[in-house]
Write a protein that binds this ligand. Structure first.
Ligand SMILES: *[C@@H]1O[C@H](CO)[C@@H](O)[C@H](O)[C@H]1NC(C)=O
Length: 253
């Protein structure tokens, strides 16, 4: 198989939906809301002056055991393997959506994955609040967020692209990188390699996601309905694997 022909698709998607009835106020002591709602300040440029949320619980998963199965539901188990302390997800024609979904509801918190994205046109690796790696483009990851299942005014111009801090040409299907979605009641930060590359700050954006849904990491076939974006899926042209070496979730109080 010719890897040279492969395109890389990974979408790291964090689906954030507003469900006002369910919106859960932070139960921690800090009150952060005043800061954000009143200010209409630079969304770009300087970091907003928000206090760091307090972490109540944190868990790291590495793949030296099957302990992660206690915490994550698996789709396409036949295409998910632990190999040398890495979790390998493989998309095949008969199993197009291998992935992990965290069993508990996630609220405000910081979800991090160290991974490589799957190669191949049509493959979309995704970490849901939205980071997407698309098969036509091996060197960038795209961020999006949704409110009530729809892109907002801030996102309907399309996802934003980000590169590894290591350089615009770092091949994200080959090089492990750390992707973080850091979501509090005030703001969402999208980070690549620990650097914030995008923010949505409550009070500054059109609509702010009040609730995160699942935390999942998977590969899906974008080559059917979304081929303009993801590329066509040509089965048989090499392996479509995403590899995860570490996951972490820090829940905010
Ligand atoms: C990225 O790496 C893959 C192998 O993992 C290779 O098939 C692909 O051609 C590389 N692409 C670029 C743009 O370097």
């Amino acid at each position: 198989m010719k890897t040279g022909h492969l395109l890389l698709g990974i979408s790291l998607a964090l689906g954030v939906f507003v469900q006002p009835g369910l919106a859960k106020p932070a139960d921690g002591g800090e009150s952060k809301t005043d800061q954000t709602s009143t200010k209409k300040k630079a969304t770009t440029g300087k970091p907003a002056n928000l206090p760091e949320p307090k972490v109540c619980w944190k868990k790291t998963w590495t793949f030296d055991s099957l302990e992660f199965l206690d915490y994550f539901d698996i789709s396409c188990p036949k295409n998910i393997k632990v190999i040398n302390n890495h979790l390998v997800l493989k998309m095949t024609e008969d199993c197009t959506n291998p992935g992990l979904t965290y069993k508990n509801a996630i609220h405000y918190g910081k979800a991090t994955a160290e991974m490589t994205m799957a190669n191949g046109g049509g493959s979309v690796t995704s970490m849901v609040i939205d980071f997407e790696f698309v098969g036509k483009d091996l060197t960038s990851v795209q961020s999006t967020y949704y409110v009530n299942g729809k892109p907002t005014k801030d996102t309907d111009k399309g996802p934003e692209r980000h590169h590894s801090p290591g350089g615009d040409d770092v091949n994200l299907s080959k090089t492990f990188e750390t992707y973080t979605i850091d979501y509090s009641c005030d703001r969402v930060y999208f980070q690549v390699g620990g650097k914030t590359q995008r923010k949505a700050i409550k009070g500054e954006v059109d609509k702010y996601p009040a609730k995160a849904l699942d935390w999942s990491i998977d590969i899906w076939n974008g080559g059917k309905e979304y081929f303009d974006w993801a590329g066509k899926t040509k089965w048989g042209e090499g392996e479509r694997t995403a590899v995860i070496r570490k996951l972490e979730y820090a829940a905010y109080c």
